[in-house]
Design a protein around this ligand. Sequence first.
Ligand code: SAM
Length: 329
Amino acid sequence: MTSLRLPPLPTIKDLIKLYKLRALKQLSQNFLLDERITDKIVRAAGNINNHVVLEVGPGPGSITRSILKKNPSKLILVEKDPRFLPILQILQEACEGKVDINLHIGDIRSYDFNNGLKHAQSSDWYGVPPPIHLIGNLPFSVSTILLVEWLHSISEREAAWKFGRTSMTLTFQKEVAERMVAPPGHKQRCRLSVICQLWCEVQNKFLIPGRAFLPKPDVDVGVVTLKPLKYPLTNIPFKMAEKILRNIFNMRQKYSFKGASRLFPEEMRDELVSRMYFIADLDPQIRPFQITNDEYCRLFYAYKVISDDHPEILEYDSRAQKKKIEHSV
Ligand code: SAM
């Protein structure tokens, strides 16, 4: 594998000083300056040589430099804060003729993947994954929201997943990373664990101590890789799975049927929740965090079967009902 030699560049630390780039709290900016750590993050991504790599939130560009050393065919940088444009342009110029760097100043949540990746090589969902990789030391304030949006896109095979099973290497607050991989019975097992594992193979690769960042956040950080599964564990719509999981995990320590019963209007609650567990062949007294992914899939299936007889449950939202009652008294 060929490795790209970058021309001599000022250090990130010097550039931050030179351009007076104070980290902005409202954008959750914490910079990584240690090349050994940024190299390790990029190594966790596996082979990205000749891949189109999209980095979210490059900031002053330390992970960016580590990515470039791996010789991607193209690098797309999506950064919300325009203050980083001059620094990133220095990198872009230094790589001219070697790697095509596409700079996009804007919010990743409104980024047009179809357009940005239109020249990337796509692959069949059931074939080898496409040579595309998403990487980022995400802002904590948006990381989980973004993750859930991306899992939704994976389930629909759209955005970056219209091109095949695009994999990701992302950072999360340590506890969030632990939740993402938590198996049944684990104290961190939650709704996020299940939705991640239904659609992806998730690995919590390693921990970066908070002190490695500038400024130092109050938490440590986990580096997680996600590879979309060829055969997701369920084929029910993402929003339906999310709704079922939200209701069940709403009462995490109680018997799971208690939360599940909230999926149904009060007058038919007892009957339908019993039917749901009967069809799923599951003990209603099992607690939400003890349920395996396969058992959750059986519950989804059971809910779907019941909704064929009672389509009105699809629109039912016990929280909205509760609010309605509160407003009327
Ligand atoms: N990658 C750099 C590093 O590791 O040193 C910076 C990481 S910092 C935690 C997060 C970066 O994401 C910041 O540069 C911030 O401006 C950027 N950012 C925040 N929200 C964003 C969004 N919605 N879309 C794109 N970039 C965003």
